[in-house]
Write a new protein. Structure first.
Length: 128
């Protein structure tokens, strides 16, 4: 199967040797998103809620560029520098997803790029 690169200016540009997403057949592999504001390529201002919302906005933009929505995500990985924000992740995630919710992992990590407190990557399955 051919790999298709997915790219949009509505999400932060790749800052390394990776693509925003790669589509293979009906599966889209979304790279990790941190709370960068796409136009500035700087972390969003504000608290953890602002960071989580920005990450979901960035993921949403990449999903759209690939022809899907957040509801097409089948697997979501969440990386947090502080697991005390786990309840906040659940609260905000309920605003972006509807049932059936994606499979998910939430992992505590020591640090993330650019000092971000949250990063998420995902696998999206498109219905053809």
């Amino acid at each position: 199967m051919k790999k298709e690169v997915i790219s949009t200016s509505e999400a932060p540009q790749a800052i390394g040797t990776y693509s925003q997403a790669i589509k293979v057949g009906s599966t889209v592999y979304l790279s990790g998103q941190i709370p960068l504001v796409p136009k500035k390529m700087e972390l969003v201002e504000g608290d953890m809620q602002a960071q989580i919302n920005q990450v979901f906005t960035n993921l949403q933009s990449v999903c759209k560029a690939a022809g899907g929505t957040l509801d097409d995500i089948s697997k979501l990985n969440i990386f947090l520098t502080d697991l005390t924000y786990f309840p906040l992740i659940n609260e905000i995630m309920a605003q972006y997803f509807s049932e059936p919710f994606p499979a998910r992992a939430a992992v505590g990590v020591a640090s993330l790029p650019k000092g971000a407190q949250v990063e998420m990557d995902a696998i999206m399955t498109l219905v053809e």
